[in-house]
Design a binder for this molecule. Structure first.
Ligand SMILES: [Zn+2]
Length: 182
């Protein structure tokens, strides 16, 4: 489960190669649209949800190319029965190419939570999930740990579950900005 997912963008931020656990990851997540042959040559921004994330990611890539120094970003990639704390490293290769390599920092077991599929047809209402840390925005209480929010959503019958939109929470926007500035 812990093998790295690796992908590389060319100097114009199009996906040039994928390696490591990419294929297995696409399969396990039931995402045929992420098969290597389906993603090569496409702009990376197509896979980043929301304008804020796309803008900050492009800024970060510019900085990596400008200064030639690797940057790392924390993110979460949970499975139903584990909290998975991950790190993504962006590293400059030749010809302006930038390698993205994820690795698992640590994993904590938990009681399995219902998996909520972003594409499922749902009832009224929308909730925003942070693309980086997977926390969910509560209009009243702010950004909440995903498993708590998903446990509540998962208990609802499918027809009453809200739709999930991807966004970027304040904390992750700040950590992306910090990584771009560093
Ligand atoms: Zn976040």
């Amino acid at each position: 489960m812990s093998a790295s997912v690796v992908y590389c963008v060319d100097s114009r931020n199009a996906i040039e190669s994928v390696a490591g656990a990419w294929s297995r990851f696409a399969e396990e997540n039931g995402a045929p649209e992420l098969r290597p042959e389906a993603v090569l040559g496409r702009p990376l921004t197509e896979f980043l949800a929301g304008g804020a994330l796309q803008r900050l990611w492009c800024l970060l890539l510019d900085r990596v190319r400008e200064h030639g120094r690797a940057r790392t970003l924390p993110f979460r990639c949970d499975s139903p029965d584990a909290r998975r704390f991950m790190e993504l490293e962006l590293r400059l290769l030749d010809r302006g190419r930038v390698e993205h390599r994820s690795r698992l920092l640590r994993s904590e077991s938990r009681d399995p939570v219902a998996r909520v599929h972003p594409g499922a047809r749902r009832g009224e209402g929308r909730v925003v999930v942070c693309s980086m840390c997977k926390r969910i925005e509560d209009p009243v209480e702010g950004w909440q740990e995903a498993e708590r929010a998903l446990a509540l959503v998962g208990e609802l019958p499918p027809a009453r579950q809200p739709s999930l939109d991807h966004g970027l929470c304040d904390g992750c926007a700040a950590s992306l900005e910090r990584a771009a500035e560093a």
